[in-house]
Design a binder for this molecule. Structure first.
Ligand code: FAD
Ligand code: NAI
Length: 475
């Protein structure tokens, strides 16, 4: 006997679990299916983000930052810390606890919101007048039906052709978060978000880190001025980032990994390391969904084809998050999940794709929202730019972290804020003010006229807004 629901969500990552909760809040009878298991074989909802992405990576970034502070920065404050050691097993155990708290939190939220959770793989079985039949294959087999299906199956790490992940020597983001001892030498392929975050973790803990990037430009999607500043800072920290390389043969043995590549000058090189992390982007998860049973279409990247509202070509079938077009970010997935649940309920769910903030959680952090200077130039938009360095901010000096700046771009005629780009302490938190301001179509002058607490890092955002009008007060 098939169990009937109003909505079935396949996948309980940030896109799926949030969609399920919102649909339940709106009075629908909701099932959510997810196959992720923890080491004990128990359900571990939360997807990539909770299990092997956002949350565990930030836990390790925090632990390694404490280690770096104790080793290199406590002395400036008059604190002597000798014999500082890192217990990697304890750091990993703490990370696992943080992950488990998040998994359990989602199971609690499902109960609280009366979402029925199924642990197993969901796949399309058939389409009929009653809607879609979804098979769940887990410890037991179940058949579920609903007229509305939300596919939120996420993404997985992209492997280099012919170089499968063994998660021992050749690591995806999963293995990169489980390395049991600090590798003496570590290489990463791809200097994108994962390359920089994971490279930073292991560099802080003592690895000699080399990042091999195929493109000749560093962080091409980031505002050029900010990307240049970031490169200078990472070079100084000792991250060896090589741009414009062409990766060749990769050989893994008991001793480690040997990576052959040619550098930007075309010279053949060999890099021998203990571990190799491959972070060259991610691919949408659709295998095992049996989309053929209902005729769901994929684009050339393997993503489920949806319109701007996350609707597929099949009536009642929606898809959100990493499995569809757009940035692969947890908050983008969540916003789409909420909007789809609201659309199913007949409301007007909305996502502003122009206002999805990005954060790279390195030290200093890099965060931005809206358009970069190079995009404005390409779009032929006349703009004014204002920057303010953290060096001139009292709170940053007190914190002992004065690297970086806030940069604001505003329309030359209307003064509307078009982009904000930050590199510096707590950029991840500071970017919210910019996002809110842009959502309300604020002008740079609006921010400049608002009272900001002193001393705070956010005063740098106000000063960058003043700089747009060439009237900073503290620089
Ligand atoms: P996912 O989180 O991938 O969840 C999909 C779920 O569906 C999984 O649990 C999967 O097991 C399940 N599933 C798949 N197929 C089936 C099936 N057939 N049946 C049942 N279940 C199925 N983003 C940020 O915004 N901030 C960050 O700091 C950040 N850090 C990251 C760090 C790393 C190392 C990585 C890898 C990613 C990071 N991301 C970050 C990206 C973020 O994790 C993803 O954008 C986000 O998880 C996408 O959410 P989703 O719900 O679309 O998919
Ligand atoms: P990415 O797209 O950020 O970076 C991949 C990098 O690899 C690019 O610079 C690309 O030019 C390079 N590359 C691709 N193929 C290559 C090759 N053959 N040789 C050398 N270089 C090559 O992807 P990444 O870092 O794997 O992360 C995947 C996604 O996960 C991100 O795009 C982001 O959406 C999400 N993520 C978000 C985080 C955050 O929000 N803080 C943190 C980590 C991941």
């Amino acid at each position: 006997m098939s169990k009937s629901f109003d909505v079935i969500v396949i996948g309980a990552g940030p896109g799926g679990y949030i969609a399920a909760i919102r649909a339940a809040q709106l009075g629908m009878n909701v099932a959510c299916i997810d196959e992720w298991k923890n080491a004990s074989g128990d359900p571990a909802p939360g997807g990539t983000c909770t299990n092997v992405g956002c949350i565990p990576s930030k836990a390790l970034l925090q632990s390694s930052e404490h280690f770096e502070q104790a080793n290199h920065h406590f002395a400036e404050h008059g604190i002597t810390a000798t014999g500082v050691k890192m217990d990697v097993a304890k750091m990993l155990a703490r990370k696992d606890t943080v992950v488990k708290q998040n998994n359990d939190g989602i199971l609690y939220l499902f109960k609280k919101n009366k979402v029925t959770f199924f642990h197993g793989r969901g796949s399309f079985a058939s389409k009929s007048e009653d809607g879609y039949e979804i098979k769940v294959s887990g410890k037991t087999e179940e058949s579920l039906t609903a007229k509305q299906i939300i596919v939120a199956t996420g993404s997985s790490a992209r492997a280099l052709p012919g170089v499968p992940f063994d998660e021992e020597n050749i690591l995806s983001n999963d293995g990169a978060l489980r390395v049991g001892a600090v590798p003496k030498k570590l290489a990463l392929i791809g200097s994108g978000v994962i390359g920089l975050e994971m490279g930073s973790v292991w560099r802080r803990l003592g690895s000699e880190v080399t990042i091999l990037e195929g493109l000749p430009t560093f962080l091409g999607a980031v505002d050029e001025q900010i990307a240049k500043e970031a490169k200078k800072i990472f070079d100084k920290q000792g991250l060896n980032i090589q741009l414009g390389v062409k990766v060749g043969d990769i050989k893994s043995s008991k001793k480690g990994v040997s990576v052959n590549y040619s550098n930007a000058k075309g010279e053949a090189q060999t890099l021998d390391v203990d571990k190799l992390i491959i972070s060259i982007g991610r691919v949408p998860n659709t295998t095992g969904l049996n989309i053929e049973a209902v005729g769901l279409k994929l684009d050339e990247r393997g993503a489920i084809v949806v319109d701007a509202d996350c609707k597929t070509a099949l009536p009642g079938v929606w898809a959100v998050g990493d499995v569809v077009r757009g940035p692969m970010l947890a908050h983008k997935a969540e916003e789409e999940g909420v909007a789809v649940a609201e659309r199913i309920a007949g409301q007007h769910g909305h996502v502003d794709f122009n206002l999805v903030p990005w954060v790279i959680y390195t030290s200093p952090e890099i965060a931005w929202v809206g358009r970069t200077e190079q995009q404005l130039k390409a779009d032929g938009v006349a703009y004014k730019a204002g920057t303010f360095p953290f060096l001139a901010n009292g709170r940053a000096r007190a914190l002992g972290d004065t690297t970086g700046m806030v940069k604001m771009l505003a329309d030359a005629k209307t003064d509307e804020i078009l982009g904000v780009h930050i590199i510096g302490p707590q950029a991840s938190e500071l970017i919210s003010e910019a996002t809110v301001a842009m959502a309300f179509k604020a002008s740079a002058e609006d921010i400049a006229r608002i009272c900001h607490a002193h001393p705070s890092l956010s005063e740098s955002t106000k000063e960058a807004a003043l700089a747009v009008d060439k009237r900073t007060l503290n620089f």
